[in-house]
Design a protein around this ligand. Sequence first.
Ligand code: NAP
Length: 275
Amino acid sequence: MKNAAPAIFALFGNPVSHSLSPLMHNAAFQKMGIDASYVPLLVENLRDALQGVRACNIRGISVTIPFKTAVIPYLDEIDASSQEIGAVNMISHDDTGRLKGYNTDWIGLVRGLEESFEIKKKTVAILGAGGTARAAVFGIRQRGGTPMIINRTPERGERLAQEFGVPFYPLAQVKGIKADCLINTTPVGMTPDKKNSPLPRESIGRFPWVMDCIYNPLKTQLLKDAEEAGCFVINGLRMFVHQGAEQIRIWTGKEPPVELMREVVLARLKEANGD
Ligand code: NAP
């Protein structure tokens, strides 16, 4: 009877109520015929929550804000890419009881970008210096591109740039920067902050391709401005879907229904925003 109950997977974050991961993962498990349930958990105490993972035999965890770095010391192991990025966005709980951390944000980002843009030998300006920016720098380099950092707070941007050995430019100097692609990893423009953009409109034309990691709304102010300036634009939806799909591959060893995952999230976003 040990395995009669459905396998439980969970999202750890604070807040979690807005997340579309439960919708996406549950749709995928159902389509794959896997008897599993994915639940959002509002975590108040991370250490206790991880003990709960072991105690309740939760098979896998997605990790979101604000725990992506804080969770690392509690894990038995993390993979090489999370080590270099310094952040984990998923955990697998294997049959021996070990908790192993991975980062699939970088994979989601490059796969989402690569669907329309070839990264190899291209310059990519990454706006922001937080966890997603770190995943972006790592991913762009993995795919043979040349990343550079642009950030509002120079000290933070410089620290990240030095750590990865890439150039840094303060946001205030963005008018002097050119690159093949710009990726926004700041939260500026995310619902409900829909009217704001992290870049002045007149600077966007310097970047023929513009990707926003934000997927709610699907078309941020940054992407609207970029389209008006004649740039090619990519929203954060494919990144979101690919980072989630990779989580399912690691947890189950099976191929997830990526297109279905995209469709359910897209439908929910359109319903919510009229995008
Ligand atoms: P984070 O660690 O808090 O970093 C945020 C960065 O944004 C910081 O460098 C910060 O600059 C900058 N920033 C914040 N407000 C700003 C403003 N008003 N003007 C200019 N810069 C500003 O955040 P994160 O975890 O990397 O997440 C960032 C975004 O990525 C979120 O919107 C998240 O939803 C999105 N994301 C999407 C996916 C996906 O699957 N599509 C996956 C992961 C994350 P300072 O250093 O100056 O403070």
